[in-house]
Design a protein around this ligand. Structure first.
Ligand SMILES: Cc1ncc(COP(=O)(O)O)c(C=O)c1O
Length: 399
């Protein structure tokens, strides 16, 4: 019998008392009532496609959402904000679209904190010999601007950088990194999948040339939503072409925004859910959000502070993403026990960010726990207490 099952049968209390969802870095749950209501109202109403069909009287919900989300991110022109199916599609469109506009091989830089949705498109381009690639190692969870400067070559044209780590919750100082790029013409692409909705973002000051966000994590939208903002569309070729409802006699993709990058029928309910999620965050305010994050971080780590049977990978994160391991127990087993015995839902393994795991867990992975604004901090404390107890039990059993 595997260790997992031995442990399960010894400690079994199934079904667990209740579900405690701590996997918001993957996708947030629950969603605010207002998000559910907005989607329901939209699906109950007759579809209106203003600009595309005869229903010219309907207010275009996508354009309305673009204005709300654009204002939230500090975009000067909402048309520079593009809706996609999420961060993965956005990153692919931007990375491959940027490369498509370059006449020759060039050098690109990324970091070991980045997600596979950055690493895989870049590696694909490197395999095709369209780029050479440098991956900067972070130090204690942070990418140092001097390390970026040292990596810049004559032919460096692209830097793709994670803003908030989905493994250890560190947030990079993008403005300081932007400062070392001054005068180089390097295109700065920021992956804000874990920061959108967690920290205030003002794109008029961030220094990014393009910024990617996902809708289904901390913006509380539905899965399959997200987008990107781009400063100068000339820098990125559209890699997707199709119907836009405008200039239909022209067989070429329209050059203007947002049609340059948006083709096909939009995900209306998804975009509406994203708008409702953003409105919920605006109404809550970042003062309350940050205060709640601090309470979650303290509540989780307090019971673990004296535990010598736990490994804590970055116990003072900037956003509440907790990475831990129980000494002597592999992360998948720990996740299984947390779920089946205590009802605590986590994500275990490499979290699609294998390079930071090479650095911190020797590629073995860990247990990640991630609350959201809708998590009761008491549940974070409970998870911390359960892990402290489990750690002691594993140590005592000699497992
Ligand atoms: C840092 C980071 N980048 C990109 C993604 C991909 O996001 P999406 O699910 O919207 O494609 C994720 C989600 O797991 C992420 O955490």
């Amino acid at each position: 019998m595997s260790l997992t099952y031995q442990y399960y049968f010894v400690n079994k209390s199934y079904p667990p008392p209740r579900d405690i969802y701590l996997n918001n870095a993957a996708t947030s749950w629950p969603k605010p009532e207002s998000v559910i209501r907005a989607v329901r109202d939209h699906l109950l109403a007759m579809p209106g496609e203003s600009g595309r069909s005869t229903d010219e009287l309907t207010l275009d919900p996508v354009q309305k959402a673009r204005e709300t989300v654009g204002e939230f991110f500090g975009c000067e022109n909402p048309d520079n904000l593009i809706f996609t199916s999420g961060a993965t599609q956005s990153l692919n469109m931007l990375i491959h679209g940027f490369a498509a506009g370059q006449g020759s091989q060039f050098h690109a830089i990324t970091t070991d904190l980045d997600h596979n949705s950055v690493l895989r498109p870049l590696t694909t381009l490197a395999d095709q010999r369209r780029i050479t690639l440098s991956i900067i190692p972070s130090r204690d969870g942070y990418v140092h601007p001097a390390d970026v400067r040292d990596e810049i070559k004559d032919d460096t044209r692209l830097l793709v950088i994670n803003q908030g780590s989905n493994v250890i919750g560190t947030v990079q100082k993008i403005q300081e990194i932007h400062a070392v790029l001054k005068g180089t013409g390097i295109f700065l692409l920021v992956d804000g999948s874990q920061t959108a909705g967690q920290i205030p973002i003002d794109l008029s000051r961030l220094g990014a040339d393009a910024f990617v966000f996902t809708g289904h994590k901390y913006l509380f939208g539905m899965p399959g939503t997200g987008g990107f903002w781009i400063r100068d569309p000339e820098a990125v070729q559209p890699i997707m072409q199709g119907g836009t409802g405008t200039n239909s006699a022209d067989l070429r993709q329209p050059a203007m925004l947002p049609e340059r990058y948006e083709a096909g029928t939009p995900n209306y309910p998804g975009i509406i859910s994203l708008e409702a999620g953003v409105t919920y965050i605006q109404e809550t305010g970042f003062d309350r959000i940050v205060d709640h994050q601090k309470r979650c971080i303290n509540a989780f780590y307090e019971p673990l502070k004296d535990s010598d049977s736990m490994i804590r990978y970055h116990p003072s994160p900037d956003i509440p993403v907790f990475a831990v391991n129980i000494k002597g127990m592999d992360p998948d087993t720990a996740g299984f026990v947390l779920r089946t015995t205590y009802g605590i839902i986590t994500r275990t393994g490499l979290h699609c960010a294998p390079l930071i795991h090479n650095q911190i867990t020797a590629g073995k992975g860990c247990v990640r726990l991630s609350p959201s604004l809708l998590t009761d901090p008491a549940d974070c404390q409970y998870a911390g207490e359960v892990l402290a107890t489990l750690g002691k039990q594993v140590r005592a059993s000699g497992m």
